[in-house]
Design a protein around this ligand. Structure first.
Ligand code: FE2
Ligand code: FE2
Length: 195
């Protein structure tokens, strides 16, 4: 496996971070007696980010191909994009300041794994900034068009679609690797420490 552990380069968790995952493989998680409401809730949040990304991609493709009304697109982009950015920032905050320190203290050997996830959050911040810039440019175009000024929404949506394709890959890499570090720790130690 590659030594480059950057979010955009790694194909999965490196071998030295997989010891606990081997004891708690993904297909055994949901039937484990320590799989509780908090783990369920947290995995569902990841599912929500994946779903939002799918909707954003579908809409951008439809807009790029001229198959969605411009104002409908702008309205959906504002709502879904705003939710995606706001919720993902909030999620990272809770993980950085609450989950990661508690979990790393429970399983000190996995500290390099939490360092990796922390670095991912910084990398995702940059992708989120690019996402916000492109989305805002599209919303500005929509406002111009509404005011009767010329603007190119199809080209902007095509660029945004390309950006989302990369972002989806990096986001999924982070979510999968994060799940495979955190869920085994929660199953081994239980959710009790999280109150
Ligand atoms: Fe995260
Ligand atoms: Fe997460």
């Amino acid at each position: 496996m590659s030594d480059n552990l950057e979010l955009e380069a790694r194909p999965g968790l490196p071998e030295h971070l997989r010891d606990l995952l081997k004891l708690f493989p993904r297909d055994s998680w949901e039937t484990h007696p320590n799989f509780g409401a908090l783990t369920r809730f947290w995995l569902d949040r990841h599912g929500m980010f994946r779903d939002l990304m799918t909707h954003l991609q579908t809409d951008a493709r439809l807009m790029a191909d001229g198959n969605m009304d411009q104002q409908t697109y702008a309205h959906r982009l504002s709502r879904l994009g705003g939710m995606f950015v706001g919720e993902l920032h909030g999620h990272h905050n809770v993980e950085d300041h609450h989950y990661f320190p508690l979990l790393a203290a429970m399983e000190t050997r996995l500290q390099p794994g939490f360092d990796l996830l922390d670095a991912d959050h910084h990398a995702l911040d940059e992708h989120l900034q690019a996402f916000t810039d492109e989305a805002n440019a599209l919303l500005t175009s929509a406002t111009k068009m509404q005011q009767g000024e010329p603007a190119d929404m199809s080209g902007g949506a095509a660029r945004f679609s390309d950006l989302l394709n990369g972002f989806e890959r990096f986001l999924d890499r982070h979510l999968v690797d994060e799940e495979e570090i955190i869920v085994p720790v929660l199953l081994k130690h239980g959710e009790g420490s999280f109150g």
